[in-house]
Structures are given as C-alpha cells and as structure tokens.
Design a protein around this ligand. Sequence first.
Ligand code: NAP
Ligand code: MG
Length: 462
Amino acid sequence: MKAQNGMYIDGAWRPAAGTGYIDVVNPVDEQVIGRVPAGTAEDVDAAVRAARAALPSWAATPPAERAARLAALRDALTARKDEIAGTVTAELGSPLPFSQAVHVSMPIAVAASYAELAATHLFEEQVGNSTVLQEPVGVVGAITPWNYPLHQIVAKVAPALAAGCTVVLKPAEDTPLTAQLFAEAVHEAGVPAGVFNLVTGLGPVAGQALAEHPGVDLVSFTGSTAVGRSIAATAGAAIKTVALELGGKSANVILPSADLARAVHVGVANVMSNSGQTCSAWTRMLVHRERYDEAVALAATAAAKYGERIGPVVNAKQRERVRGYIAQGVAEGARLVAGGPEAPRERGYYISPTVFADVTPEMTIAQEEIFGPVLSLLPYEDEEDALRIANGTVYGLAGAVWAGEVAEAVAFARRMDTGQVDINGGRFNPLAPFGGYKQSGVGRELGAHGLAEYLQTKSLQF
Ligand code: NAP
Ligand code: MG
C-alpha cells in the first residue's frame, strides 16, 4: 500500500520530528501493509502553529469561496473513490463492496452537504437592534477512530472548514493510510496551506499532545468513553470547547404490531455490518414476550447467513475484547443461539456473527459497548417495560422502533433518551444531527447542527 513518510503540515508533506513509526496491518491476513511516522508533541506543535497562522485569512475568506473548496474536496474524494475503498479494505478489513457503498459514499455525501451548507448558511442575522455574527471557533484539534475511517474525518473536517476554522487531525493508529489519502485530496482541492494539517501517531502521545495544546480552541473527539472523559477533563481545565462522540448501546424496539420478520432481519443486518464496529448499532433487540421465541429463531437464522460475508474486526486487541464479552455473556447465563467465542478462522481477526437469547437488562452484554458482531435479544412484558429497558443504560446515541403504524412508533420514540431513532427502518440522512444523550457524548455532528459546533457568536448592538 502507498504510504507517505511524513506529516502533512502547512500545505506540504514534511519529515516527522522523531524516528518512530507505526506498522499498518491488514486484519484479514495479519500482514503489515505499510508504515507511517509516529508523530510526537513536536509534530503536533508544528501543525498547531501552521493552523493558527492560517486561521485569520481562512476565517475571513468569504463563505462562497470556502464552499468552492469543499466542493473541490468532494470531487477530489470522488475521483479517488476506488483507491480509498481499496485502502479502507486493506487497513480496516471491511469487504470491498461495503467499503465502496458505505466507507466512501457516505463521506462524499457529507462533504457535498457541507459544500452546500457553507454556500447557503446565514453567518449573520438581525435580532432587534443587534447584528449577530457567527464566527469560527478557531483552531480545531480533531481526534478520530478507525471504525469509519474516512467518515469520522470528514464529519469533523468538512464542517470545521465550512465554518472558517483551521484543523489539526490525529487519526486512529490502525487506519492512517485513509487519513493520508484524505490529506492528498484536501491538497488537490486547493485548500490553502495550514488550513488542514495531519499528524499520524499514537493516542497517548500525539493525541494527548493535541488535546492539551494551548493553541487549540476546540477538541473534537470520537472514540471510547475512557479517553473521551480524560480529554473532556483536560479541555475543561483549559476552558476549551469540546465535542465528544462516545458510542452507545442502542435499543431496537420491536412493538407487537410490527412486521417481525422485517424488523429482525434489518436489525441483524444493522449489527453485523462493519463487523459490529458501529457506535450507533442497535445491539439490544427488544421483543414482546409473546413473539420472543419467534424473533430468536429468525435472528439466529439471519446471523448464520453472515458467517461467510462478514469481515474481521480491526485488530487482535479488539478481537480479544469482543471474545471476552461473549465469554462473559455465557458466564452470566445468556443463551448462545448463533456464533460464540471460538475463532472461526486460523488467520485474521475474525469473530463469528453471534446472537444471545435470554439476555436480562442488567447483564454486562446488555450494558457495555462490545463493538463486535454480537446481538442480544431481550424480552419485555409491555410497553412501559420496553421503555424502561431501552432507556436503562448510561448511553443514548441511537435506536430503532418498529410498529404497524408510524404514529405508534413515533409516540414511543419520543420517550426514548437517545439522539437518533430510525422509524420502521428509516434511511440514513447526512443532514440529520447525529450525537448522544447521556454518556454517549456532547454535541452533534452532520448537517446544520454539526456546523454550529464550529461557530461562536458575536453580537453588535446599534
Ligand atoms: P480510543 O482509544 O478511544 O481511540 C479513539 C482515538 O483517540 C484514536 O485516534 C486514538 O489513538 C485516540 N486516543 C487514544 N488515547 C488517547 C489519549 N490519551 N489522548 C488523546 N487521544 C487518544 O478507542 P479504541 O481503543 O480504538 O477503541 C476502544 C473502544 O472504544 C471500542 O471497543 C469501542 O467500544 C469504542 N469506540 C467507539 C467509537 C465510536 O465511534 N464512538 C469508535 C471507536 C471505538 P490510537 O488510535 O492511537 O489509539
Ligand atoms: Mg486506542
């Protein structure tokens, strides 16, 4: 795989300050496919300085011109879509059709949406005798995970650039090659030097240096709750704005009037896609006691069909983590109806699509984010019970409700403590705000709400 031996800082690839590097591994066969430099605090400092220096001019660039650069970025990503899909497949392990359909298409749609929003957003409004200006927050430190490597980057960088902010990105150590391709696309799009900068490296080194850097005004982080908590504490002490997207344990609530077969089928697909490495996955399926056995049988059959199609998880550590959760589910008394903790192949970080029945709400597998292809089915007695179970975790990122009538599903969705709910299998909308209630995070990504995260207001009185 092609890899840049440097950091993208101030509009060019520059040698790293240190000599360390990160091996990039293909999760399908565990082979090293490339290496990138491991950035240090020195690289982060150089990148933040470049971003600070570029800020006044980018912030003063007319929104229409910023929109034109984002449209060019959308086109540059589109022109490289095969290369990006191949790279995501090589470093994340997701099957190529999924990389093409989701890992590449979704971020292109998001980049397109911000090209449009930058052109149409009203950065100024009249409120009585005041003019309220929406100005960029400043220099953004973006720290992203590996699960949707390009999407997580675009969901932060595109709105930041639309707002007039400048950015330093620290991508996940497991998927830095996709981040390098993104930097090349930014360069091709004619984004001025210093507006976007990339430092590859390890979380506790480069990531931490970025989160702590006094030249960063806003830290936008997506990843684990543990790291998010420490970033929020650091940012809080420095009175920096912080945006956190921390994962979830979302409920798929199938009401008695729903088309059960369809709801179960879509629910299983939702959990198994991307090998379960989706923060908004509906990993708890809630079914009325009377239809529970039928749902369990449908889910087991549906999961078995994914056996050959599913990709591996990202690395050995994640595989062990997920297998540990499966073993714990068995130990706590849940009933395996598909998959299990055994490795299905000799090579690669594979996990069998796994379904648990007889899961109770307080079990570990019903409370903690597993981040693998593992679905839990929980029975409920009535609607109040379903609501109590659905809302009974520390998370609140997403969810689904299925019912015979849309209005019935909507009435239930209104009572859920969560940031997004799909009604009867609703489609992905790149303009819909995405983000968490409770410990799933702070702030929203995508659409106009995502843009607002990167703006601060100033009011002029007349
Ligand atoms: P993570 O460590 O939180 O990684 C997210 C990002 O933060 C990566 O770029 C990571 O760098 C960086 N990072 C790590 N430690 C840091 C620190 N002390 N300061 C600043 N940045 C730091 O997540 P993970 O270890 O890859 O995955 C662990 C679990 O997190 C998963 O099993 C899953 O439950 C959850 N997760 C959630 C999401 C989501 O979308 N909400 C995404 C991924 C993971 P490195 O890549 O070098 O670690
Ligand atoms: Mg990590």
